[in-house]
Design a protein around this ligand. Structure first.
Ligand code: MLC
Ligand code: AMP
Length: 468
């Protein structure tokens, strides 16, 4: 592989913590003509194995600390293995030192894995042209410039971190600082320095930053709040921004967070304005280069104030699910990408109402399929049947909860289940609450009634007491 002049869209999977190394490896893959497949940090070996095989990766690059976990996987999948030390500390070859390199926009550039309702995660393939369109849209809407300085606190296997932070900053020569993982105090230290101008995160991170600010001394609080004054733009997305977080953050930082909406398959689609009125609870209007329509149950355009599915078109929309032509076909209708998100439009701005499927859960900005978790839980020897639901939670947005019917004579605790699940599920997919029930609620067709399961964990609030 090292001798090839052009990787010719070979997939290179990489398991590297957010860092200069991570970004250098991604750029190197692009320069060499390959498709970069960033893998989630914290993945159990079973997931790494799945991603490497599904992507049919020719090579895997990892931080040295993961080499012993990745080596047997790469070997059995027939992929070459490199550590970042092997690649980045090797002498640079003369011919690769030139600055510019031509990239054909139609070439496939990245494959980011995402969960759908059914089956295992799918590789979302974006071309260089898709990525360029996604970045240009944000650089223009949010007025990124070389004078900006931002801090990455997000993982780099999602479009939020890749496109909205890293690529947008580097596209226009802004300064990018990188934390290997989110840390509330370290993030506050950088905000308090007064050097950052742009900051983007998911609601769970703002929740954590608020908690950290509240537990700091009055002097530290003043320094942190004052540092926020230097930031020109603070954004939230990837999950619904709770009103309490928006309001408390405004009190602490003086910023009304700019909320926007996006998806792995399209990059960003809707945004509140940089200048002008930001409406709490709304995700704004289409970003440059994005066309949107809302389609109701009867497959007709939903009028203002009526719910419909968000459907999108634009140069940033992905090209295909890797080696899944049926899924790709099902995801589009007449060239429109069907997001599965339900929204309404009021006075030109969009408000999200939820997803068409209850089986997609968003926890801490990470998306997962309840059905995928159920498939794994059913292999537990004590579990006869189970139902996984997302339960509203002030910190995580939604929490993964499992109701299970245990086999006769078996008992199961949450701690046991979580321990068992560690090598089988990514950390954010492991249930945070467990309820053992004698029978799951089912409808006449025998299908589990998920809203009733959700109510086990979060009983509906009692009706408001009537005034006498
Ligand atoms: C970590 N844990 C999670 C979790 N992330 N549990 C549920 N949901 C998650 N998302 C687990 C840890 O493994 C650990 O498990 C426990 O929670 C506490 O760990 P922590 O150290 O406190 O959490 P941390 O590792 O700090 O992670 C929290 C987080 C992270 C919010 C920083 O989840 C995160 O970076 N989320 C952002 C995801 C993102 O970028 N989404 C964008 C998708 S793109 P244990 O067992 O050890 O207790 C997209 C499109 C768009 O959506 O519009 O942007
Ligand atoms: P992902 O597939 O991980 O990229 O997640 C995309 C999904 O995140 C979208 O389909 C939405 O359901 C959700 N999402 C993104 N931004 C927002 C937002 N601002 N508010 C609510 N949901 C959002």
């Amino acid at each position: 592989m090292a001798d090839r002049a052009d990787l010719d869209e070979a997939r290179v999977a990489f398991l590297i913590a957010p860092s200069f190394d991570h970004i250098a490896v991604q750029w190197g893959i692009w320069r060499a003509g390959g498709i970069g497949v960033p893998l989630p940090m914290g993945s159990p070996a079973s997931d790494v194995d799945y991603f490497v095989r599904d992507a049919d990766a020719s090579a895997v690059v990892c931080d040295a600390q993961y080499a012993s976990m990745v080596a047997p996987i790469a070997k059995s999948a027939g992929a070459a293995l490199f550590t970042t030390d092997d690649l980045l500390r090797a002498p640079v070859r003369q011919e690769s030192e030139s600055g510019d390199f031509p990239i054909d926009g139609a070439r496939r550039a990245t494959m980011v894995y995402t969960s759908g309702t059914t089956g295992r995660p799918k590789g979302v393939v974006a071309t260089h042209a898709n990525i360029a369109a996604q970045i240009e849209s944000l650089v223009s809407a949010w007025e990124w410039s070389a004078a900006d300085r931002t801090l990455l606190v997000l993982p780099l296997h999602h479009v939020h971190g890749i496109i909205n932070v890293v690529c947008s900053a580097l596209w226009c020569g802004a300064t990018l600082e990188v934390l290997p993982r989110f840390d509330a105090d370290a993030t506050w230290d950088r905000i308090a320095s007064g050097e950052l101008t742009v900051f983007s995160a998911v609601p769970t991170i703002y929740h954590r930053l608020i908690q950290s600010w509240e537990s700091a001394t009055a002097e530290v609080q003043r320094g942190r709040s004052s540092g926020c004054g230097a930031v020109r733009l603070m954004m939230s997305g990837s999950a619904a921004l709770p009103r309490q977080v928006l309001e408390r953050w405004r009190e602490i930082s003086g910023h009304l967070l700019l909320e926007r909406y996006g998806m792995t398959e399209v990059g960003m689609a809707l945004s509140n304005p940089l200048h002008g009125e930001r409406r709490p609870g709304f995700v704004g209007s289409p970003l440059p280069g994005v066309s949107i329509r809302l389609v109701d149950d009867r497959c007709e355009a939903a009028p203002d104030g009526q719910p419909g599915e968000v459907q999108l078109k634009g140069a940033g929309v992905f090209s295909e699910y890797w080696r899944r032509p049926d899924s790709t076909n099902e995801a589009f209708k007449n060239g429109w990408f069907l997001t599965g998100d339900i929204a309404i439009r009021e006075n030109g701005a969009y408000r999200l109402l939820g997803r068409s499927s209850v089986d997609i859960i968003k926890s801490g900005g990470d998306k997962l399929s309840a059905l995928e978790v159920e498939d794994v839980l059913r292999t537990h020897p004590a579990i006869a049947e189970c139902a996984v639901v997302g339960v509203d939670d002030p910190e995580w947005g939604q929490c993964v909860c499992a109701a299970v019917e245990t086999r006769a004579g078996c008992a199961l605790s949450l701690a046991e289940l979580r321990e068992w699940a560690k090598p089988r599920l990514a950390p954010y997919k492991i249930p945070r609450d467990l309820m053992c029930v004698s029978k799951l609620p089912r409808n006449a067709m025998g299908k589990v009634i998920k809203p009733e399961v959700t109510a086990f964990f979060a009983p509906p609030a009692p009706p408001e007491r009537q005034a006498p």
